[in-house]
Write a protein that binds this ligand. Structure first.
Ligand SMILES: [Fe+2]
Length: 425
């Protein structure tokens, strides 16, 4: 086997500042779009950010058509509904306003309306065929309203394949939005638990991409077009991930405790984009890979502040619950890097030895989980030891991310990691 010798650094253009959403008409017109699909969810459709977007587009003479049927934690069905709408609408531009769900839905709608194909054609293997996107898509501008997914900067879209109870996705750099409009005015109305889960997703993106398998320890692709969007840690992604960790540590509690703290909220939104630039090129690994079956197999759990309509383990929550166990396990692959991550989170690492690295980083993560009101492990959200076999089975197909763990994770390793995640502290 030959090892990879190259990495690429791709990102969306970023526009940051309070009120910049009002400039979206100008931005979209500059891209030449005349008829634009505005993708959001039913709750956000009633709120200020969507109204601002529609007005700004129409002021520039753009025909803006609202699609508000995005599902929080999207499914193949909800994607297909958006794809049908996009196909019938003959759009030459897309805007997504919302969290990762809206942005991911817009990516899928744009892809299949531009290059129609069977739904599994572009979906990640082994669940889908994983064919590369054939060419450029129509321009997509993403307007995030949660400081979480960083989806505005990545070429990845994630959904639940309902009949398999599996989260999977499509990953290709052509899916990346051309621009992310990062406007702190758009995150003021988030319920506290929603904001906390988003923030911990950001933290995990940064920690996972920092510690991911280095790009030059991955097999070389047979053809450049097969080089994955998630390439492993590289010197550039590491800079973005490191900065994101520091920004989250410095601003998370301030932003949660006082939603009027515009500076802290702005920094959290920027941290989400920074982490997105890092992991959009490096990838994430086990906390994300293990989170997908947990979210997919939820039974009755409804977190405080979430709609009582349907049980949900929010993405950021299902990710962070595995982080302490995973980083204890990965620390021996590079203790210095794990200690550095803990230090960036504010942990005292003076006098620490290589053997302490995993425990110190796990401790720093647990401290932040407790302060943000996370449940204490998988048991607290309705799982037990009896579920572990199914959780392992649901994680194994997530190759795109599990293969980026800094050491190979066997079924037995995953089993031990799920057991260790039942109770976090
Ligand atoms: Fe995530």
């Amino acid at each position: 086997m030959q090892f990879e010798t190259a990495f690429t650094m791709d990102t969306s253009s970023i526009k940051f500042g309070p009120g910049v959403t009002r400039e979206i008409g100008n931005d979209m017109a500059a891209l030449g779009a005349k008829r634009v699909m505005v993708v959001t969810d039913p709750r956000l459709a009633q709120l200020e950010p969507v109204a601002v977007v529609l007005k700004a587009l129409r002021q520039e003479g753009i025909d803006a058509v609202l699609y508000d049927q995005t599902r929080v934690e999207p499914t193949d069905q909800s994607f297909k509904a958006a794809i049908d709408f996009a196909t019938d609408g003959h759009f030459d531009g897309y805007v997504a306003v919302g969290g990762g769900s809206a942005i991911d839905t817009a990516k899928a709608a744009n892809l299949y309306a531009t290059y129609p194909a069977d739904f599994l054609t572009y979906v990640n293997p082994p669940i889908g065929k994983g064919q590369p996107v054939p060419g450029r898509l129509q321009p997509l501008i993403a307007v995030p309203t949660t400081a979480g997914t960083g989806s505005e900067t990545t070429g990845v879209t994630i959904f639940d394949l309902v009949e398999m109870h599996a989260k999977t996705g499509i990953a290709h750099r052509a899916l990346r939005p051309v621009m992310g409009i990062i406007d702190p005015d758009n995150t003021r109305t988030l319920p506290k638990m929603v904001a906390a889960c988003s923030a911990l997703d950001v933290l995990s993106h940064a920690l996972e991409s920092l510690t991911a398998l280095p790009f030059d320890q991955r097999p070389a692709p047979e053809h450049p077009k097969l080089r994955p969007a998630y390439q492993g840690a590289n010197p550039v992604s590491t800079i973005w991930a490191s900065k994101a960790i520091e920004m989250v540590a410095a601003n998370l509690l301030r932003a949660l405790d006082d939603p009027e703290d515009d500076e802290a909220r702005g920094q959290m939104l920027l941290a989400a984009a920074f982490a997105g630039i890092g992991f959009g090129n490096a990838g994430v690994h086990l906390p994300h890979g293990m989170s997908y079956p947990v979210s997919g197999m939820v039974r009755n759990y409804i977190p405080p502040g979430y709609s009582p309509d349907h049980p949900i383990v929010p993405h950021g929550m299902s990710v962070i619950l595995h982080a302490p166990a995973v980083f204890r396990w990965t620390a021996p692959t590079n203790p210095a890097l794990h200690l550095q991550a803990a230090q960036m989170m504010g942990a005292d690492t003076r006098g620490a030895t290589a053997e302490d690295a995993g425990e110190i980083l796990a401790g720093a993560i647990v401290a932040i989980m407790r302060k943000t009101g996370m449940p204490n492990g998988l048991k607290a959200i309705g799982f037990s030891e009896a579920d572990v076999d199914m959780l392992v089975e649901g994680t194994l197909p997530q190759h795109r991310v599990t293969k980026l763990a800094p050491k190979p994770a066997s079924a037995a390793d995953l089993r031990q990691l799920f057991l260790a995640s039942m109770i976090c502290w």
